[in-house]
Design a protein around this ligand. Structure first.
Ligand code: ZN
Length: 87
């Protein structure tokens, strides 16, 4: 499976996806993107180890990902409108 690992900094406070530890905004995290899985996995220094010293002071998390988002299909809402059927 193709995956990508990249150190970034959290734009807002969050939680480590590995151990659940609270992470502050700007905390360095390793973002692991797996092929076929939309949501990247976040791991803090608590699980991966110390971030590389060359990590920039601040990087906006998920920058540019909006370009790859597929159009949302409306089939789900169309189906939901049909369930009001008295049996
Ligand atoms: Zn952790």
């Amino acid at each position: 499976m193709i995956h990508n690992r990249e150190w970034q900094r959290l734009a807002v406070a969050g939680f480590c996806g590995g151990c659940g530890a609270a992470l502050d905004a700007d905390a360095p995290v390793l973002v692991i993107t797996l092929a076929g899985i939309k949501r990247p996995r976040i791991r803090g220094e608590c699980c991966i180890g110390q971030a590389p010293p060359e990590l920039p002071a601040r990087v906006v998390l998920h920058e540019g990902t909006t370009k790859t988002i597929k159009p949302i299909r409306k089939t789900a809402t169309q189906f939901a409108g049909r369930i009001w059927k008295h049996g």
